[in-house]
Design a binder for this molecule. Structure first.
Ligand SMILES: [Zn+2]
Length: 81
């Protein structure tokens, strides 16, 4: 695995910055590359995007912390299996 590849955990932490367009071009590229290869993260980003569309704006509340923790738990189990 390329050491420059973004991890799932990193992606989850950067998702709001990504959707706000606040990532640096390099990070944005790594982010796009990751969701191009990782179905879990693609789904996660799509879900948050829909939540934001429904809410009409992006706030910290857009990302349900419980959903985020559940997702991180899924990643942990998945990496360990
Ligand atoms: Zn991922």
């Amino acid at each position: 695995m390329n050491p420059n590849d973004m991890s799932c955990k990193e992606l989850v932490e950067l998702v709001t910055d990504y959707l706000e367009g606040a990532l640096s071009p390099a990070d944005r590229q790594r982010f796009d590359l990751h969701i191009g290869k990782c179905d879990w993260c693609k789904l996660y980003v799509d879900q948050i995007r829909l939540t934001i569309q429904a809410a009409g704006k992006l706030t910290e509340d857009s990302v349900d912390p419980r959903a985020k923790n559940e997702l991180l738990a899924v990643f942990r189990d998945w990496k360990n299996s």
